[in-house]
Design a protein around this ligand. Structure first.
Ligand code: 6GU
Length: 465
């Protein structure tokens, strides 16, 4: 790989003679040539810039000087036939430079020519001109969202990032595998060495346990945590089908979820809680309700009864009522694209919080079941769209529901949340048990003509599972 760097401060690039890049040059794995742009000027003052056409502050570097300089690099024999050449131009207005791009450049290029601008940059025709050459690709790149005085630091960064990926430059290519921005798509886990105790800080004991499996798992947990905190954009770009149960437990703590059996290439999402939905989105709720309600009904229930029930309780108008009434709490979860993926609906008794006996509300059942006192809130609906079941999202929805209910009934003494679920719905029962509910009794629940046996479960509002 050959690098040609053009700058008005060539000595800025002397550091390329140091360290790994310097050694790789001496060994011949790479060839780095630095050029002084002023060598291509013809006037006494060796001028490389002029005022911007159209007016404005600063100076712009001249296309004619750059053209003469760069032409000399692009006719260089770089030791292969039909070399693949890149003109890299550092600029804060460029594409963000990434590890993926560096890997691609290291694999695909024979020569990288870097044109370091100063002042307000290089006349734009330079990029356009070389881009029109079939054998040259122009790549304008940026190191990040801040402004440097010139491209030299960015040239050093590009040479170092690409050169270390050229075969023969790094002694142990294995060290490239686990590093940040490597194939795992995560930031690297923290590293430690001796002394094991330093200024009162010790090395995590698991690392000295000798248990390689547990060390690997700990490192992955830490990499996931660090990435979740610092680079949520990288979590959102992960392939969810490559993440395991333990990954889910870690990322769930930072609000990330994905369907239980994600398609290959599906990404984790950080659902957003919708606490005060307004009637414009009532149809989102009724559509989700109509998709999910039949799943909670017993096998033998008549489709016509289910439809009639949904018409009466889960239509758009009903959701508008739930949204507008202080007696109901409706909470939704939306995915990254804004689609509604889960909701809960709670019925809050008014006044002093003493519930009435509606629809077989089992006040007595719940109160009789234990040393419980206080008003009862009914968790009337708690539904996740199908692909989200078993994803852990139910925990997020329950936490949001409990927290919001707690804040609404702060003055109540020991409030309880209860629900009825069909006796045959084992999945729901085991979920509610996981979410802190206990069975406290039974009730009958009528859908259409049919009488259904429900179990009644209850829990306190404090958020601990
Ligand atoms: Cl590549 N050049 C300059 N001048 N400033 C920058 C940059 C590049 N990347 C971030 N800031």
């Amino acid at each position: 790989m050959r690098f040609d760097i053009f700058s008005v401060f060539p000595s800025y690039l002397n550091s390329l003679q140091l360290s790994l890049v310097g050694k790789a040059s001496v060994a011949g794995a790479i060839d780095v040539q630095v050029h002084d742009l002023r060598d291509w000027t013809t006037d006494k003052h060796r001028t490389v810039d002029d005022t911007p056409v159209g007016g404005g502050a600063g100076m712009v570097m001249r296309a004619d000087i750059w053209g003469k300089a760069l032409d000399t690099a692009f006719v260089e024999d770089v030791g292969v036939e039909n070399p693949r050449r890149i003109l890299a131009i550092p600029t804060p207005a460029g594409h963000p430079l990434t590890q993926e791009i560096c890997v691609d450049l290291a694999e695909r290029c024979d020569q990288i020519v870097i044109a370091c601008g100063r002042y307000e940059g290089i006349d734009s025709r330079v990029a356009t001109h070389y881009d029109s050459h079939d054998d040259i690709e122009v790549f304008e790149y940026s190191l990040g969202d801040y402004v440097l005085n010139g491209g030299e630091v960015a040239a050093l960064a590009l040479v170092e990032a690409v050169a270390r990926l050229v075969p023969g430059v790094i002694g142990n290519p294995e060290s490239l595998v686990e590093e940040s921005h490597g194939s795992a798509g995560l930031l690297e886990y923290p590293n430690y060495t001796r002394p094991l105790d330093w200024r009162g800080e010790s090395v995590p004991p698991i690392l000295t346990s000798g248990d390689h499996g547990r060390v690997a798992r700990w490192r992955r947990d830490e990499a996931l945590r660090k990435t979740a905190l610092r680079r949520p954009d990288m979590i959102a770009a992960l392939d969810a089908s490559t993440l395991d149960r333990r990954d889910r437990a870690v990322l769930g703590q930072y609000g990330w979820y994905w369907p239980k059996n994600p398609d290959v290439g599906a990404h984790p999402v950080r659902p957003v809680t919708e606490l005060s939905a307004t009637p414009e989105v009532a149809s989102h709720y009724s559509e989700l309700a109509r998709r999910t309600f039949p799943d909670a009904c017993p096998q033998d229930m008549l489709a016509s009864d289910i439809d009639a029930f949904m018409d009466a309780h889960l239509g758009r108008d009903m959701f508008t009522t739930y949204m507008e009434s202080a007696d109901w709490l409706l909470i939704g979860l939306r995915d990254t694209r804004g689609a509604l993926i889960a909701y809960s609906l709670s019925s809050i008794p008014d006044g002093d919080g003493v519930a009435g006996e509606e629809d077989g509300a089992p006040v007595d059942t719940v109160l009789a079941a234990g040393p419980r006192k206080g008003p009862l809130i009914e968790l009337s609906k708690f539904y996740l769209d199908r692909q989200w079941r078993g994803s852990g999202l139910a925990g997020m929805l329950m936490t949001a529901t409990l927290e919001e209910l707690s804040s609404r009934v702060r003055e109540w003494e020991r409030p309880y949340l209860w629900l009825g679920t069909n006796t045959g719905n084992k999945r729901a029962r085991s979920l509610y048990t996981k979410l802190g509910f206990e069975k406290v009794g039974n009730r009958h629940f009528t859908v259409g003509e049919q009488n259904n046996d429900d179990i009644v479960m209850a829990r306190t509002l404090d958020v601990t599972y």
